[in-house]
Ligand binder design. Structure first.
Ligand code: ADP
Length: 779
């Protein structure tokens, strides 16, 4: 679409006003102020003629008196609609753009600038509506909608004249008038006579502008979010303050003051007090919302809740202590005696530190409850720290308070719980202490237990030394094997072995049942549990050295009874052998895990495990093969060695034992130890393994009513073993009355309660031949 085809040209001479920063297009109306002399004169000149004026852009808006080169030569012919004299001498003019024009020549007169211009006019009909023109028009209209929509300075109404526009040239100019343009862009639009090109130019400018608007909006949102957040915080803080005031909470200064006062009341030594007061000072310098405030306050609270000076009045009355121990425990006579001795020594050496008592025995034999009785007898508070699975030194000694979520260690936590600085402090299951890369908890414990150091125990969190020297530490363990040597050296060991059925019955009748009845708020008239029931519970529902499960079972029966008493409104319940299952469920244990008849290769060994004595049934199979020995089941290295020793002994005594052929060449031996009980006591299965092997190799049966324990040498001598009492009690539990023991263990038989001892038949042996003679049945 050439320029000549649609435009009519007309020559005019017009006064010129150079424009800076304000743009006019044909068909748009604008007003602006005129101040420059040249412009004012141009205005007057126009007014006396036909009110027409040539407006062209100044290239550099800063130039006060532009010369020819500094104007864009294409501009707008406009009609002056109105003028208004302003008080400062300037004129405000309202003009309407009429058409594009090109200046052919400027004349700089003394008073004004004039230009010879060529005016370009067109009529609507001459514009050829091509598809391209329609498409670009539509595009630009959409751009304009977006632009107006996004531009906070524009109202949506401004879009109306655009939508109604039928003249694409006018459309371009109206839209262009909405945009804030650089002088160069303005000129480019004014100078673009081709309508399609002009619309395209506007499209590209608008796209750029829309992009800017988007960025602006993003920035604004961010900023306003920040402002909102600040406002929110401000309001919340105000509210918090209001709530605090409502609740009557103290001002920050009060808090600091109170801390200071309370810390001083603790009467810490000077250095410690200074250290803590320094923290209080830090607190006063912090703003209340700061995260450090909480850290310091928690710290101060911990320090304040520790019993620094509070002590209970200790008692060392042996008679009273005996009464208390008897009141709480059945039997255990030697244990009680040892405990009383321990208390007596404490009394004599007041202030001096004796060894630490360690109660060793299977679970549920009353170790914890004896420790509690000691606390009661000596009038100390009682706290219990379970050490099972403690691997991290920090669990004992705490984390530095700068760690997130830091806390004092368990020692300090329990001292807080004890509420006095001289409690009985039970370190439960000290044999379960583990250690790994996080440090060695045992060494931390050693420091706690060491009288030379424990008057100034430093927890990493608390930071100032705490005096543990008045604490009476007691420990418990299931077995001594895994207690770190250095710890064991500090301890005086008292062993509590398991209970016999008779003892359990008494404990249940006299202690456990009354205790449970009382705890559940019943009276002994309301609930009766017969002796038969208790016996059944002991033999068919539990098989343990202690009474822990028994107590649980009784508790279960009592709970069920309470339900029934309440629900059915009964006066009294009697649990007897007949209705027992209703209260505690079906029988749990039948003696099917030990042999019921004599068999080849099957032997009742006796083992000592962490949970007390156990029967360990050892089985051996012989198969055709190539001389391999295979061991399966739960076994430690010691068991393997026992098995090797047994095989070796049998090979060298093969003939005498009546074993034919080269079994070590053409037979495979498979020895199986049952799963479940894990023996802990080192060698003691030698005799059982040998007996089982000999039986299997000779095809002769082993007596099923015999149980045995003992280790052997390669020459067949039987060596003494540990844990005799526990092992014998285990055999008795299974109702096995014939027992083979090493001769060297004869003295240990004394430890077995007489009642049981009398019912048993002990075979004391010095070598394996004697064992085989007793245990293996001759066909
Ligand atoms: P442990 O610490 O050895 O595992 P506990 O002290 O927890 O065992 O004992 C378990 C339960 O058995 C406790 O309720 C305890 O009072 C009770 N108990 C254990 N032995 C006796 C006993 N000889 N006389 C009375 N009650 C006992």
């Amino acid at each position: 679409m050439g320029i000549d085809t649609i435009y009519n040209k007309k020559e005019l001479k017009l006064p010129v006003i150079p424009m800076r920063g304000i743009w006019i297009f044909p068909h748009t109306v604008i007003h602006f102020d005129v101040g420059r002399e040249l412009s004012l004169n141009a205005l007057s000149e126009a007014m006396v003629h036909d009110s027409l004026i040539f407006l062209c852009a100044q290239k550099d808006p800063a130039t006060e008196n532009p010369v020819v080169d500094e104007f864009y030569s294409t501009g707008i012919v406009a009609e002056i609609k109105q003028t208004l004299k302003l008080p400062n001498g300037n004129m405000r003019v309202l003009v309407e753009g009429i058409s594009r024009a090109r200046a052919k020549e400027f004349t700089f007169g003394e008073k004004l600038i004039e230009a010879e211009v060529e005016e370009f006019t067109y009529s609507l009909e001459d514009i050829e509506r091509t598809d391209d023109l329609n498409a670009i028009s539509r595009l630009v209209i959409n751009d304009a909608k977006d632009y107006v929509g996004m531009n906070p300075n524009m109202s949506n109404e401004m879009i109306m004249p655009i939508l109604e526009q039928d003249d694409p040239s006018r459309l371009a100019d109206v839209i262009a008038s909405y945009i804030t343009l650089e002088p160069e862009d303005y000129f480019n639009i004014v100078n673009e006579f081709d309508i399609y090109q002009r619309l395209e130019l506007i499209h590209s400018i608008l796209l750029k502008e829309i992009e800017y608007l988007k960025i602006e909006e993003k920035i604004n949102q961010k900023v306003s979010k920040q402002i909102n957040k600040n406002q929110r915080e401000y309001y919340l803080k105000e509210q918090l303050q209001a709530i605090r005031e409502e609740l009557g909470e103290e001002e920050d200064e009060d808090i600091v003051f109170k801390y200071e006062e309370n810390i001083k009341k603790l009467k810490l030594n000077k250095k410690s007090e200074e250290h803590v007061l320094k923290e209080v000072k830090r607190l006063s310098n912090l703003s209340p919302g700061s995260p450090d405030t909480n850290v310091i306050r928690s710290y101060l609270d911990e320090v304040l809740s520790l019993p620094w000076k509070k002590t209970t009045r200790e008692k060392y009355d042996i008679t009273e202590a005996r009464d208390i121990l008897d009141e709480d425990h059945y039997g255990l006579d030697d244990v009680k005696e040892r405990v009383l001795e321990f208390i007596a020594v404490r009394k004599m050496t007041k202030g001096l530190k004796g060894p630490i008592l360690c109660l060793v025995g299977p679970p549920g034999v009353g170790k914890t409850s004896i420790a509690k009785s000691i606390a009661r007898a000596t009038n100390r508070n009682f706290v219990n720290m379970r050490l099972g699975g403690v691997r991290d030194e920090a669990e004992i000694r705490g984390h530095r308070k700068t760690y997130i979520g830091a806390m004092p260690g368990r020692i300090i936590k329990l001292m807080e719980e004890a509420k006095s600085n001289n409690p009985v402090f039970l370190l439960d299951e000290i044999d379960k202490l583990a250690s790994d890369f996080r440090g060695d908890p045992a060494s931390a414990l050693l420091e706690v237990l060491d009288p030379a150091q424990n008057d100034s125990f430093v927890d990493s969190y608390i930071e100032i030394p705490y005096d543990l020297s008045k604490v009476m530490f007691l420990t418990t363990a299931n077995s001594l094997n895994t207690i770190p040597r250095a710890l064991l050296d500090r301890m005086e060991v008292i062993r509590i072995s398991g209970y016999t059925e008779f003892e359990k019955l008494n404990i249940a009748e006299k202690y456990l049942v009354p205790k449970q009845i009382k705890e559940h708020g019943l009276t002994e008239e309301q609930l009766i549990i017969t002796k038969d029931v208790l016996k059944k519970m002991i033999n068919n529902y539990t098989r343990e050295s202690g009474v822990r499960n028994l107590e649980r079972l009784i508790s279960k029966a009592v709970r069920k009874s309470v339900m029934e008493l309440v629900e059915k409104d009964k006066k009294c319940i009697k649990i007897n052998a007949k209705n027992l299952e209703k209260y505690i469920g079906n029988v749990k244990i039948v003696d099917d895990d030990i042999p019921k008849e004599d068999m080849i290769g099957v032997v009742n060994g006796l083992a000592w495990t962490e949970v007390g004595g156990e029967i360990l049934t050892i089985e051996t199979n012989i198969m055709e093969g190539s001389g391999k020995t295979q061991l399966t089941g739960m076994l430690g290295d010691v068991m393997k060695e026992s098995a090797m020793a047994a095989v070796s002994y049998i090979r060298s005594n093969q003939n005498r034992l009546g074993i034919k052929g080269e079994f070590y060449k053409d037979k495979d031996i498979h020895i199986h130890f049952p799963e479940g009980a894990v023996p802990k006591d080192g060698p003691s299965a030698g005799v059982s393994i040998t007996t089982s092997l000999v039986s299997a190799l000779t095809g002769k049966k082993v007596r099923h009513d015999i149980a045995m324990t003992g280790e052997i040498t390669l020459r067949g001598r039987v060596l003494p073993i540990g844990g005799v009492k526990e092992k014998v009690l285990a055999a008795n539990r299974y109702n096995i009355k014939n027992i083979i023991l090493p001769k060297a263990n004869e003295k240990d038989i004394e430890d077995i309660p007489e009642k049981i001892r009398k019912t048993l038949n002990f075979n004391l042996v010095e070598n394996i031949d004697e064992v085989l003679e007793i245990a293996i049945r001759e066909p």
